[in-house]
Design a protein around this ligand. Structure first.
Ligand code: G3P
Ligand code: CA
Length: 297
């Protein structure tokens, strides 16, 4: 049987960017259409049905291969053909977006202190790789700008999680970078901090948003619409308790993603629910598992 060009690619690489969804997203941005016209089905290629594989989002890059949120981790995810790569962004003391998950540098560098209290120059003196493995010693804390310079050479989508509170002016620093690289159609801004999502809606209306919630409110569709978000991202336990929410959100055109799922049992459950995307620390393993478990979807 002939193998199509698409099906010969790794599963992670198939979804984007030649999909109608991304083309729709690009058009919506280019034509300056209302934000609401950029729907989840466009950004995610489609909304999934139960049993249909969701997209894979590599969590903090591929943190199984290299230190999280560093350029080697991001490059590993991109090289593996992941269609979505998630990363965490904070502002340095002097207002430069840098990649780091924790509010302090203590866990993932050889330094100490809050990211927000350190200038870019101070952050760049730190070793953000030696804690992970000796061969990564000396890997620096990357700026968002440096990451986007990698991303622009690929076809992947970025989920950019803004940690903590960001003003409209703060968000503009990120959106300016995205527009500068013409990556505004390949990025989604996410945050747990609702004020930050609201400020992203105002400062960067054409860049899609995801609202992160450990648990979902009673009416997640109304909630997502309030923030003009294309999707919500939540824990698996939320959907285990309220499985009907997947269909409810999909009927309303709102996507649903789960974080951070790392076991086959979790992946099987997500597949059965028909969620649109899975954030994982083991992107290559999930890719192989989906290829074997849900071939052709
Ligand atoms: O993308 C969502 C996920 O990354 C949220 O959890 O704490 O790893 O940023 P956290
Ligand atoms: Ca994150």
């Amino acid at each position: 049987m002939a193998t199509s060009a698409s099906s010969s690619l790794p599963r992670a690489r198939r979804i984007l960017p030649a999909s109608a969804g991304v083309i729709g997203l690009v058009l919506a941005v280019a034509l300056n259409l209302p934000v609401g016209s950029v729907q989840a089905a466009g950004a995610f290629e489609s909304l999934r049905a139960p049993g249909e594989a969701g997209f894979i989002a590599a969590h903090r890059g591929d943190r199984s291969a290299a230190p999280e949120n560093t350029l080697p981790a991001l490059q590993a995810a991109l090289d593996a053909g992941m269609s979505f790569v998630e990363t965490d962004v904070q502002l340095s003391k002097d207002g430069v977006p840098v990649l780091m998950h924790d509010a302090t540098v203590d866990r993932t560098t050889n330094g100490s202190g809050r990211v927000a209290d350190l200038t870019l120059a101070e952050l760049q003196t730190l070793d953000a790789g030696g804690w992970f493995a000796p061969e990564f010693a000396g890997v620096p804390v990357p700026t968002l700008d440096e990451y986007l310079a990698l991303l622009v050479t690929t076809e992947a989508m970025a989920i950019i999680e803004l940690k903590g509170f960001w003003s409209e002016t703060d968000v503009a620093a990120v959106s300016n970078l995205l527009y500068g690289y013409s990556l505004h159609s390949r990025a989604i801004i996410a945050s747990f901090t609702l004020a930050t999502v609201a400020h992203a809606r105002e400062a960067a209306p054409a860049i899609p948003r995801i609202v992160l919630r450990r648990d979902l409110p009673a009416d997640p569709v109304r909630f997502a619409r309030f923030y003009d978000a294309i999707a919500v991202m939540t824990k698996a336990a939320t959907i285990e308790r309220r499985p009907e929410l997947v269909e409810t959100m999909h009927e309303a055109g709102v996507g649903i993603l789960l974080y951070t799922l790392n076991t086959e049992q979790n992946w099987a459950e997500a597949l059965a629910f028909g969620v649109d995307g899975i954030v994982t620390d083991a992107p290559s393993d999930l890719d192989s598992w989906l290829a074997a478990t849900a071939p052709g979807t």
